[in-house]
Design a protein around this ligand. Sequence first.
Ligand code: GLC
Length: 515
Amino acid sequence: MALAAGAERVAAEFEYTKEDVNRGVQEFIRQMDEGLQKQGATMSQIPTYVTAVPNGTEKGLYMAVDLGGTNFRVCSIQLHGNSTFSLTQSKVKIPQQLMVAKTSHELFAFLAKQIELFLKTHHNDHYVTHVERRKSYVGFTEEQVFSLGFTFSFPVQQSGINKGTLIRWTKGFDIHDTVGKDVCALLQKEIDALHLPVRVAALVNDTVGTLMARSYTSPGKTGTLLGAIFGTGTNGAYVEKLERITKLKKMGGVSAFEGETGDMIINTEWGSFDNKMSVLPNTPYDRALDKESNNPGIQMFEKRVSGMFLGEILRRALLTLVEDKSVPLFSDEHSNQNDFHSTTTIHEASPLWRQWGLDTSFLSITSGDNSAGLKVTRQTLENDYEVSAPSAEDAEAVRLIASAIGKRAARLSAVAIAAVVISTGKLEKPADIATSNNASLEVNEDNIVDIGVDGSLVEFYPNFEDYIREALREIPQIGPQGEKRIRIGIAKDGSGVGAALIALVADQGRKSEFH
Ligand code: GLC
């Protein structure tokens, strides 16, 4: 088979049709409802105890840390109260061995150490004064302590604004003794061991942070409906009606919120949508990836959508073609046909032979490659992936398959977004233009549905949002008119600012308890 035909055959396996999208949306809405009704459903639908989104007037100096992907970030945020903020931050890559450490202590002590370094570097006056004071006082007084929002982007069973136990690790983390523990208490313990003037005031999922940050900064007075991450992992948090979260009553927690906004932010944990695989697409490459992952059968949606996994899907698809003798991908004409490694131009030491060896950023590079003869793709293959002298045809095949994987991810993302928009009924008001023929109906501040997004895929994958929008238009309950009313905005650094905003809300809650 010619190379192009072979590549087209594999790319076609990733097609996700209009019918698939619509079936996906229906099932997504069903699983969302199930998660609101009972504990332990596939989609966790976790109540966050956050009942309002900010309006941009909030003020103060807060700290935030963010654990949840490739990096650990520490920041301080000055909220100016006029929808703007200043942010100082430091970032370190999380050492691989800490992601799978033997004990929680190893990871959380490392995090506390980074907070200490940050304070010394960026708030040294504050830090030194406190260390000085500590010599004469025991501990710190309330005013001297930074309130910190802890963005911890894993499924957590929250029981209060700064309390929550880890349900399971995702995204390659695996430390047994953390499961079932209160992660805020674990961090506070290590902070206290270093005598830092920091109080863990709020526990925040990155999606909740994104939602809050977008709501603080977004134009106009419309509150944001959904905060979504399409990065290393994928997940969304949205504003739900308290009365629809029927499991809260069973958990005995609803009365505390009566008389408030009538809303609560729900962390969907949609990464685990359809773990039972009733509607998700399932190629041989998806199956192999899952089987050899450290959590088979879990996070099945995430494994088809997010950055941690797309590179690995592509790697497996490419190797299947390389092994197919009838398709000349990366093939060495002058080779010894009896020795497999010498029939291919992929060097023996290439990361392409290793699990997780192909970085998802490569999908963005090749899908967006407009250079003549796909020079950029060929150079990247040669320099980063040790493929010798890849041909333009090789690069074309790689790009075709990579684009198919990226497009499927975007269309699946649209399923999640659409399900939230439809199930919250947000498009029905003030005019149901999805079903109206009035093509000239104006999109304005009053009928916009605002969505905040963050993560490397939405930010860097070429046309990710366009693919999402294309799929949204194919859903009858949204259609071309509804799609226009959906405003998607990047909430850059959302988790930092959002965590600060929740720390602020938590502080206000504490103060009103005391006064
Ligand atoms: C994973 C985590 C989730 C997080 C998402 C995005 O799905 O389980 O909590 O929000 O990644 O970082």
